[in-house]
Ligand binder design. Sequence first.
Ligand SMILES: C[S@@+](CC[C@H](N)C(=O)[O-])C[C@H]1O[C@@H](n2cnc3c(N)ncnc32)[C@H](O)[C@@H]1O
Length: 301
Amino acid sequence: MNARPHNQPSKSPAHVSIGSRSDDLSELAPGQSIALLKALHILTRDGKLNQDSRRKLKQVNHLYQLLAPSLDQLTEHSEHWTLVDHGAGKSYLGFILTDLYVRQRAPNARVIGIERRADLVERAQLLASEAGFDQMSFLALTAQESITSEQVPDPVDIVTALHACDTATDDAIRFGLHHQAKFIVLVPCCQAEVAGFLRQAKRPYDPDPLTELWRRPLHTREFGSHLTNTLRCLQLEAHGYQVRVTELVGWEHAMKNELILAERKGKPQPHAAERLNAILDRVGLPALRDRFFVPAFEQET
Ligand SMILES: C[S@@+](CC[C@H](N)C(=O)[O-])C[C@H]1O[C@@H](n2cnc3c(N)ncnc32)[C@H](O)[C@@H]1O
């Protein structure tokens, strides 16, 4: 394995020396390709960052730092790993990972972006070929379609979903479970689905004092979002993943900032499955058991 530390510049010819980098570009990682950031429209043509692109760059670079140890782990095992990024959008994450890591340390790895918008897929494919990023490819599929799509190679070693809308994050989890990915890394987005079910199940007066947690509309949304991520974590644990939850960057940079890092250890956890189902029953949403499916041994409890 190449031992270059994560904060050292790569030697790719695509990299332009940062040279006279001003404080304005302090978000850039050492050795990060300025040409690529311009092509991604993260940097303007004259090399500046606006507020939105600064926030995005900070998020993606930080996510790269958090992912790098997992990528190292995969690379130590085999350089031929595959990462699938769901709800890839303009594929900032895929391009930046390829620029900062894959091209130098795992040139035989693959980075596949899944995105339902064909125009974004086409654009990303064009940019990847112009940049000579042969490790990257893109599929115009929904996250759900990708679960059983024959266009997706097997095995998949690492699954990412950065702000993939609403249930696309759950489909990314299903995808990761289907492929038994070693790592599943999620920064969930607007999770409206569970809040919607909580809203529907509300009664004018509920004798259960716990329902106060989501009685008011704003709380329905917030509690729904928190509940969704809690259920996702339990689902991953039930399927044998060790789960860590942390912040991606400070809340001042992004409101959707929860990072769920799951590593497959292989031993399903009946206790997590029991808790997941107990929570769904407790909040009056047993109908969501299929949505947050757990291994068969637990569905009988
Ligand atoms: C908020 S953007 C995030 C894009 C990118 N991951 C990033 O962080 O810059 C969400 C992207 O997910 C895509 N998307 C939403 N639902 C999807 C689904 N079910 N399957 C695949 N892509 C989806 C949208 O088209 C959009 O490009």
